[in-house]
Design a protein around this ligand. Structure first.
Ligand SMILES: [Zn+2]
Length: 244
């Protein structure tokens, strides 16, 4: 956002033009003549302040004949903060940048493009985790089938003696079922290997990265897909706007 700040020539009040839209601040007293006028036709005033969420705020004196002071130093252009002491003209007419920012309804903008890769990485990792879990469940089902087959190998010859099942086949099935059961039990004793713990760790890392780009906020944006996030105007916690 560009702020042009100068003296309103008609009422000697402070004129603030935010992105071409004029605001007249009632500052409770007349602005001295040493503050340059706002001239709409020339698109100029005493000074200009550029507000950018990522690059910060930059002050610029718009005419070499003007005098502008930031924190007591005469300046032509410099970086400023909302709380910087800004004074215009030799009479040191003070303007309150914090008040002006609030008055014109400025919301800093921050890019969220980098969050696209963060979301994609999380989404892929979650899908892989779910597929891995599905595979484990299928293996456990297979173990159940092998156990049942080994039981059938014992039951069938006892009910129908004409059907003979080789003893080596029974032994192989029993050993396979016991081995698989032992393997799954061992896996179950390692909490870090469980789906719940892997998912918890994945979410924890995601929550550290998928945050509001405003360095003063850094609020977790939720488990919201990046495509959906683009439609949100901005962060509800710090009132910044998103740039996609
Ligand atoms: Zn925020």
């Amino acid at each position: 956002m560009e702020l042009l700040i100068g003296r309103d020539p008609e009422q000697n009040q402070l004129a603030v033009i935010a992105d071409g839209k004029p605001y007249r601040l009632d500052v409770g007293g007349k602005v001295p003549n040493t503050v340059s006028r706002y001239k709409p036709a020339e698109h100029t005033a005493h000074c200009r302040i550029l507000l950018d969420g990522e690059k910060g705020m930059r002050f610029e004196n718009l005419n070499p004949q003007n005098e502008s002071y930031v924190n007591g130093q005469m300046v032509e252009r410099c970086r400023v903060l909302p709380e910087s002491r800004i004074e215009l003209g030799p009479d040191l007419y003070a303007i309150n940048l914090q008040q002006i920012i609030k008055f014109v309804g400025y919301r800093p903008e921050y890019s969220i493009k980098h969050l696209s890769a963060v979301w994609r990485e999380y989404d892929e990792a979650l899908l892989n985790l779910q597929l891995e879990q599905q595979k484990k469940q299928n293996q456990q089902r297979l173990q159940g089938i092998i156990s049942q087959l080994s039981m059938l190998c014992v039951i069938i010859p006892s009910v129908l003696p004409i059907i003979q099942i080789p003893s080596w086949l029974r032994a192989v099935l029993v050993i396979a079922a016991i081995s698989m059961a032992g393997y799954f039990y061992w896996k179950g004793t390692r909490p870090d290997e469980t789906f719940v713990m892997k998912k918890r760790n994945l979410d924890k890392e995601f929550k550290k990265k998928y945050i509001c780009p405003n360095p003063k906020c850094k609020h977790f944006l939720g488990f919201i897909a990046y495509d959906t996030l683009q439609y949100k105007k901005g962060c509800s916690d710090c009132s910044c706007n998103y740039k996609c």
